[in-house]
Design a protein around this ligand. Sequence first.
Ligand SMILES: *[C@@H]1O[C@H](CO)[C@@H](O)[C@H](O)[C@H]1NC(C)=O
Length: 485
Amino acid sequence: MLASSISSSVLLFLLLLLPPAHPADASMQWVKLEGSPLSHLLLDPSVGQLFVGGVDHLYQLTSDLEVMSHVKTGPLLDSPDCLPPIVAQDCPSATPTHNHNKLLLLEAGAEPRPGAESGSLIVCGSLFQGICEKRSRSNISQLIYRTSNPVDTQYVAANDPRISTVAVVITTQSKQEAGMPGGELRLLLVGRGYTSRGPGDIPPITTRRLHPVAPPRRAFSQEEELGKLVVGSYSEYNNHFVKAVAHGNHVYFLFSRRDMRHTKEYRTYASRLCASDRSFYSYVEVPLLCRGGYNLAQGAWLGDLSGTPALFVVMAAGQASTPIATSRSALCVYTMKDLDATMRRAQEVCYTEGGLDSSGQEEAYIEYAVSSKCLKLPKVKVLVLIGTNVSPVLQVLVRPDRSGHLYGSLLVDGGGAIGADLLLDESQRHVYVLTDDRVRDARHPLPVCVQVSKVPVSSCERQTDCLSCLSIRDPYCGWCVLEGR
Ligand SMILES: *[C@@H]1O[C@H](CO)[C@@H](O)[C@H](O)[C@H]1NC(C)=O
């Protein structure tokens, strides 16, 4: 699916439980950065610093948006048709190519102890068949791992800026391996869309080794004994991945693709794996339904509904039978408990009815609808912030009486499109957003400049009296009633 096709709809969102109301700082901060479109925004919760990934640029920012460290990642001589290292004589199609940031993740280190690895920032770009590197979390200018001569098992991200890649870092216990004692094993589970150029045999979901790495093993490599999703024809599994999350002992992927077997329509699916399952025997997927014809997931967040973990998914209605999202969209919530129950049931039916075919992955799931749990929300006020590319950040209050209520929006100064990720700071009073400031250069079809903004979540204290405060219906403003202002 083309990324350009998700044009006029909701891109992604973030969930928070309403914290005790506090006066928020009304001033908004922002910083303009090169590298549009900025695709990823990541918070290091231990120090409050931000990492930003865009085209040809990576940044490390303080919580007040000061640039601490900046790395240029492109453009470099490359071609999706050639395997790295790129040598101009051997690759006539190689040209200076922009490097789109495809994955930006934190790899937690082992227990902090002297001499131990303190964890790293994982960065994967679209160049060189999507290879990845590790950088220091304390200073991204310091490279921890990169290979100049990658092998084909180390290609991770899609080599096409339009094809999505998602991933999640998990830690499991390893059995004793040759030359290595058993112990902690860190893996990267990757969901990647199909690309028509370059190596065409990379499965949609693969497991990659992160740590420990001792020769002949390599970081990010897809080893024989690590799991991968075996599918018949790669181009048929043209998954558009939206999210990968770890929850409990499982890893979940959210994606949309054409239902090849039945309706031929695009649908959204959730799939699940046991984190410790190196063979992917536990793989199961179920279609996600969102009543009202919303068939394409656009963004997702694993949140918490008063102690009940739930997947919040922004869904858009597709244009006819295409993967192109229209502006008609909705928020659907699925509790993980219900999702797990549906998957368990799908597995049972699968095994008892002998539907499992070891070579055909499509046999491994049963068409079983997960109904939307939008109508079963516990009694808690849940505020959902939704970033869109046509309007400001939307604020939606999910009410105990089963309804959602769009109560307002946060204006991001000068900003247009809200990109990639939305993040809350530790106090939950500010949200970090990526925006396009719509400054365009005739030579560049894309905006030349973008910014990271830090926006107060509530505008309560901008109101001078309680009545006007209440009139904006901001759930953060309960405090102002009690305090008489
Ligand atoms: C980060 O590392 C680079 C390269 O080693 C160095 O020039 C820079 O001063 C460091 N920055 C910080 C904030 O430590």
